[in-house]
Design a protein around this ligand. Structure first.
Ligand SMILES: *Cc1c(COP(=O)(O)O)cnc(C)c1O
Length: 215
């Protein structure tokens, strides 16, 4: 069942689009089941839950992506174990991750989370914030800027979701053009269970899917 869900998504994903299986709120047994079906990339969004799962999961070749709001006092629980933080949503968090990366002697791969949905409360950077950061990318030797992450408006209206994704895809293309020296800046993480098909039509290189796999 879980393996069927996973495989039907993988069959539809274009090659080159990475599937992050979002296991937050789902039990370790489900992660193990997905692992047995071949999945190696998982997403978690709560530091405490992530740490508990890490201690219970025997596999060492899982690529973990952190996708939730990250408080700076929790960095030590998360950064040593993740391949990427997709949800960098404030300058303060960026600065603290940079510090950690410098001290650790290895840059942390990050995505800048952009505010693309209609909701006022959604976290994330606006276009001009992202520009400011990337013009000063040299100030952050402890991070590697890999791209953008975004969540579409929470609506059933597919044309609104499509417009959100088109906008972030176009902005991504603009940035890639503007900052050719950022050679690793090439990832666009958009698309969840309800809208990943729209996301892959609009340039997604990473999709983050939970419910459609685990529920
Ligand atoms: C939970 C979550 C997802 C996955 O959502 P589903 O609807 O379960 O696919 C993707 N991205 C983020 C940031 C999330 O918090």
């Amino acid at each position: 069942m879980l393996a069927d869900n996973l495989n039907s998504i993988l069959n539809e994903l274009p090659s080159g689009v990475k599937l992050v299986a979002v296991s937050k709120y789902y039990p370790v047994e489900s992660i193990i089941e997905a692992y047995a079906a071949g999945q190696r990339v998982f997403g978690e969004s709560r530091p405490q839950e992530f740490c508990r799962k890490l201690s219970e999961i025997p596999f060492k070749d899982i690529e973990w992506h952190f996708i939730g709001h990250l408080q700076t006092n929790k960095l030590k629980m998360v950064l040593p174990y993740v391949t990427m933080v997709e949800s960098v949503d404030s300058l303060h968090l960026l600065q603290e991750i940079d510090k950690w990366g410098r001290t650790a002697g290895r840059p942390v791969d990050i995505l800048l989370e952009m505010h693309i949905g209609a909701e006022e409360t959604k976290q994330g950077f606006h276009e001009e914030d992202v520009l400011d950061i990337l013009f000063n990318a040299d100030n952050y030797p402890g991070v590697r800027f890999r791209g953008l992450m975004g969540m579409a408006s929470n609506t059933d209206d597919e044309s609104v979701v499509e417009a959100d994704f088109q906008r972030i895809d176009a902005y991504m293309a603009y940035l890639v053009d503007l900052f050719p020296e950022l050679t690793d800046f090439n990832q666009l993480s958009i698309g969840m269970s309800g809208d990943w098909r729209i996301a892959i039509r609009n340039g997604a290189t990473i999709v983050r899917i939970g419910r459609a796999i685990f529920a």
